[in-house]
Design a protein around this ligand. Structure first.
Ligand code: FMN
Length: 301
């Protein structure tokens, strides 16, 4: 299990999306993590501490001055125990407090005391999120080393349409995995992975292709990204979800895979190509069957 031996501390504040964190706590336990949960007092209006206590097997902390546990400074012991803290949903209020070092409840006190990586997933009404005060507070948190997980757009609980929705549970979990699941022993290494089929047009209607699903290349790219590599995933048409924490380069033909600038469908921000990555002398892994098979390790890796 990917999170065996790791402690994940979830900080739940008083937003309507708080209920989603029960699924996150449960999924993290299934991945082997020791899960601790701290709620703000207002969060208990949306979901009960009992839910988290049942799912995690730990007392859910709310009150800084709660004496109903073995004698220790819980805010310090939790801060030291956590390998990562995820504050989700993070209300505008809690974001503002964390950005300014306010520690007036258990959650904000532990966040201030902790030295581990801290992830923050804002979730709120679009007006609250887009308010320059909230934006400034999020920028401040990033400046202090917090990772802000962008909220998603869609229909919000208040019926407004816009940004501010808490990302899906699997997205939050992927961020935790990326942060602590694997040692970052590939940090600084650039890796290009090719995956999926290519399509070669015979005429405007028909094309030659193969049965490649892209699954192997996507799995290689994900594993390398988890280990801290700078991964470019160059892939033909697949039915797979993009791999987070990689640069996604969609292509259609083998020629575009080699040099996207020669095709019309390879729109990339960096115009990365196999040719370019190879010449940079980095690690190159191809899992694409329509392209010559080779794995090249260079002196730089
Ligand atoms: C039904 C309801 C839903 C709310 N949802 C959110 C929300 O999604 N995000 C947010 O920032 N505030 C939301 N609020 C406002 C917060 O609960 C309020 O700002 C509170 O003081 C936050 O406290 P906390 O940050 O200590 O948890 C909501 C309030 C109500 C009544």
């Amino acid at each position: 299990m990917e999170l065996n031996g790791k402690c994940v501390l979830l900080g739940v504040s008083g937003g309507i999306a708080a209920y989603k964190m029960a699924n996150v706590a449960s999924a993290l336990r299934k991945l082997g993590a020791d899960v601790e949960v701290i709620m703000t007092k207002n969060a208990t209006q949306f979901i009960t501490p009992l839910t988290f206590e049942t799912l995690t097997g730990h007392k859910c902390m709310v009150d800084t001055f709660d004496r109903d546990f073995k004698f220790e400074a819980t805010h310090i012991s939790l801060a030291k125990k956590a390998d990562v803290i995820l504050v989700a949903p993070a209300t505008a209020n809690v974001i503002a407090k964390m950005a300014h070092g306010i520690a007036d409840d258990m959650l904000t006190t532990v966040v201030l005391a902790a030295k581990c990586p801290k992830l923050v997933a804002p979730a709120m009404n679009t007006g609250m999120l887009e308010n320059p005060i909230t934006q400034d507070n999020l920028a401040t948190l990033e400046r202090y080393g917090f990772t802000v997980i962008p909220s998603e757009s869609g229909v919000l609980a208040c019926k407004d349409v816009g940004s501010g929705r808490l990302p899906k549970e699997e997205v939050l979990i992927e961020h935790i995995l990326h942060t602590i699941a694997r040692p970052k022993d590939l940090a600084g290494v650039r890796i290009a992975v090719t995956a999926g089929p290519t399509q070669e047009a015979l005429d405007p209607v028909r094309y030659l292709t193969n049965h490649s699903t892209g699954k192997m290349g996507y799995a290689v790219a994900r594993a390398a990204a988890m280990r801290g590599a700078d991964v470019t995933l160059i892939h033909g048409p697949t039915a797979l979800q993009p791999v987070r924490f990689t640069e996604d380069v969609p292509i259609t033909t083998a020629q575009q895979m080699h040099s996207p600038e020669q095709g019309t469908s390879a729109k990339t921000t960096s115009n990365t190509s196999v040719k370019e990555v190879k010449s940079a002398g980095s690690l190159f892994v191809t899992t694409t069957s329509a392209f010559p098979h080779f794995i090249k390790f260079s002196a730089n890796t």
